[in-house]
Design a binder for this molecule. Sequence first.
Ligand SMILES: Nc1ncnc2c1ncn2[C@@H]1O[C@H](COP(=O)(O)OP(=O)(O)O)[C@@H](O)[C@H]1O
Ligand SMILES: Nc1ccn([C@@H]2O[C@H](COP(=O)(O)OP(=O)(O)O)[C@@H](O)[C@H]2O)c(=O)n1
Length: 209
Amino acid sequence: MIVTIDGVAASGKSSVASGVARALGIPYVSSGLLYRAATLLGLEAGLPLHQAAALLAHLQGNSLRLEPRAEGNRVWAGERELTLELHSSRVDAGVSAVAALPEVRAWVDAQLRALPEPFVAEGRDMGTTVFPHAEAKFYLTASPRVRAERRAKERPEDVPVIEAALTERDRLDTVQSAPAPDAQVIDTGPLTLEGVIEEVLASVRAPLA
Ligand SMILES: Nc1ncnc2c1ncn2[C@@H]1O[C@H](COP(=O)(O)OP(=O)(O)O)[C@@H](O)[C@H]1O
Ligand SMILES: Nc1ccn([C@@H]2O[C@H](COP(=O)(O)OP(=O)(O)O)[C@@H](O)[C@H]2O)c(=O)n1
C-alpha cells in the first residue's frame, strides 16, 4: 500500500505523513529531503546548481541515500549523516533550482520507486508522477501567512521574511506541484496537526472498514 501526501511548502506534509505512518505502523518517505541533500552537496562543492550532469555525478560519487523510518527520515552521503543540515535557509533558497532539473527528478524518482512498500510518501508529485497508482492521495494547503507562522518556530528569520521565501518557492515549484485529480484536498489552516492526521486516517481506513 502507498499513501501519498503532497502540498505546498510548510503545509504540514512531513508532520502529517509521520503521524499517519506511525498510526499505520509503516514508514514514511520524505522526498523533499533528497532534493535538499542534492542542493546541500552541490553548494558545498561549489557546483552551479543548474548544471545537471556535474551535480548528478557528484551525488552518485557521494552515495547519497534516503533512510525512511516512521520516527523521522535520515539522509546519508556514504557514512556522513546530512539530516540535520537540510533545513537551513541556504538550502531553502537553492533547492527549487535543483528540483527543476529533469535529470535530478528522474534520479530522485528512481530512488523512491525502489523502496519496498508499504509506506506514506510526501512531497509535491508523489500522487501525480511518482506513484500515480497509490491507494489514497491527499493534498495539503494553508495560507502563506499561516505556513510562515508555523515555520517561524523552526527558523531564525521573522514571519514576513519566511512568508516571502515560501511564496517564492511555491512559485518556482509550480510545475511539479499540481494536485492529483483524485487527491483529497485538506486546508490545514483551521485544523490542529492531530486533526489533519485524523482526517487522513479516516479516509485511508474507510475502504478497509
Ligand atoms: N494543522 C496543522 N497541520 C499540519 N502541520 C501543522 C499544523 N499546525 C502546526 N503544524 C506545524 O507546521 C510545521 C510545518 O510542518 P511540516 O510538516 O514541516 O511541513 P512540510 O513538510 O509541508 O514542509 C510543523 O512544525 C508542524 O508541526
Ligand atoms: N516531490 C518533491 C519534493 C520536493 N521537491 C522540491 O524540494 C523542495 C523542498 O521540499 P520539502 O518538501 O522538503 O520542503 P518543505 O515543503 O518541507 O518546505 C521543494 O521546494 C521542491 O523544490 C520537489 O520538487 N518534488
